[in-house]
Ligand binder design. Sequence first.
Ligand SMILES: *Cc1c(COP(=O)(O)O)cnc(C)c1O
Length: 397
Amino acid sequence: MTLNPHRKYRTATEMVHAGAQRSPYGEVCEAIYLTQGFTYPSAEAAERRFDGEDPGFVYSRYANPTTDMFEKRMCALEGAESARALASGMAAVSTAILCFVKAGDHFVAARSMFGSCRYIIEKVLPRYGVEVSIIDGRKIENWEKAIRPNTRGIFFETPANPTLEMVDIKAVSELAHKVGATVIVDNVFATPLYQKPLELGADVVVYSTTKHIDGHGRCLGGMILSSEEWMTENLQDFFRHTGPGMSPYVAWLMLKSLETLPLRVEEMTRSAAKLADFISGHKAVAKCIYPGRDDHPQRDIVKKQMTGGSTMIAFELKGGKKAAFSFCNHLTIPLISNNLGDTRSIMTHPATTTHQSIGPEARAELGISDGLLRFSVGLEDVDDLLEDVEQALNATL
Ligand SMILES: *Cc1c(COP(=O)(O)O)cnc(C)c1O
């Protein structure tokens, strides 16, 4: 059967079924359409396809049936009208920004962000004549001061990588819309299950689907979601002619992963909450930041816009870099790596890996100390994780 398009189903149901389109063979599992393009029954049919009278597929750089199923399932999850799948999270971030800004525009971004996002905004945009302000996004006053009449775009992550700092999506969107700016939210850390930026007033949501959405550490991917109007006016032609789209094979893997996304993320969040409580109370730990705990420094914003605590924990060891390295080297279950949202628990030392290139001054500004660790909690038994973290913390004392 197919879902009734006029009815709204609950998330778990939609993640198994939404967007599925069966070929005449009636396959159970969605088909992988590994084809560069499409053929037409007649010259007249080709003409109609190209002038848009007939809405079918023409070329996989524009759209592909397998990728389309993944995009439709993501629309159901996000509550968005339109979506485009891209080759990586960074393809999504850069395309979402570059498709609409032009020389003379002003752009504002919150400074706590993924290193590659910072590169696009700080280094690439000025080369094209876009003026950029990078601010501390935690306080709404900073946004008030930074936004100008010619501000055309706004970008932020919330919770941010790796410090789990929050930005108030609703308040920033209201300010941005007074000057007609587009608000883009990188929602990777919250996942579409726990935070819905479009409902809170943002215009565009981007994901690295490499993270929780693939969730098995297999492949890279990205997604841009927005209203139909924003997509048609800003992204559609840019996307078609620059060619950053996702391969149909990867889209199929992502589609399979969406079937278990709610199960995985909810279980990982339950474990993360237990681990955060344990880590906060351990004497080797200077501080522990977890959006699901009442001692999160911006607990009021978390409560307003997130419905779950997330699968990510940040914590700082009293013994600095030496303790952080010793802790990582004593772990037997979490991998030392830099992915997140994976079924496998992953421990990252941002100062020497993901945030090494930004330099010590920028790290200090962002609160990324040498003792800070980022913990992506996986699907292992939580008691095994607790025991492993405990012995590794004890070894640093
Ligand atoms: C990983 C990540 C990206 C980039 O995604 P890729 O798939 O690695 O290109 C962007 N933003 C955030 C918050 C991320 O965690």
